[in-house]
Write a protein that binds this ligand. Sequence first.
Ligand SMILES: Cc1cc2nc3c(=O)[nH]c(=O)nc-3n(C[C@H](O)[C@H](O)[C@H](O)COP(=O)(O)O)c2cc1C
Length: 147
Amino acid sequence: MAVVILYGSEAGNAEAVAEHLVNVLSGQDVSLYDMMEFDPADLEADNFHIVVCSTYGDGELPTGASPFFDLLEEDEPDLSGVRFALFGMGDSVYETFNRGGEIMADKLISLGAEQVGEHARHDDSGSVKAKDQAEEWAKKIAAEFLS
Ligand SMILES: Cc1cc2nc3c(=O)[nH]c(=O)nc-3n(C[C@H](O)[C@H](O)[C@H](O)COP(=O)(O)O)c2cc1C
């Protein structure tokens, strides 16, 4: 099964995490896309999707995730059979901690996709580096869903 990693980023943190996950999952058939350049029509049930999404503004999606989200909203593709795992990124100084990843997951689920594994929420104010948390998370996802 091919693994498609999608990232939605504002200032590059989610992009860096997504790039790191390409290395972590190098034993798999992995491809990496900026959500800005990914058409929701290309979400396929045959692939496994890893979505890395940060939070900006006041609990909003990052700029990089907005066109993808808008297309999901406008086109309402049937995502039945599409599976994804989500790694959210945010900062607990905000009341809207990690809302961006939640907005994205809710939208995908509302269109029929299935979220699997732990919904990860990285905290910029915490002591764990995003790449380290993501690596540990992705290894568990791989063991459970990609082996
Ligand atoms: C202007 C600004 C607004 C932010 N708003 C939120 C927020 O509402 N909730 C949250 O959990 N994190 C928020 N964050 C934290 C970012 O989501 C976090 O730093 C993340 O790692 C950024 O990833 P990115 O560079 O890929 O966008 C904000 C950061 C900035 C600079």
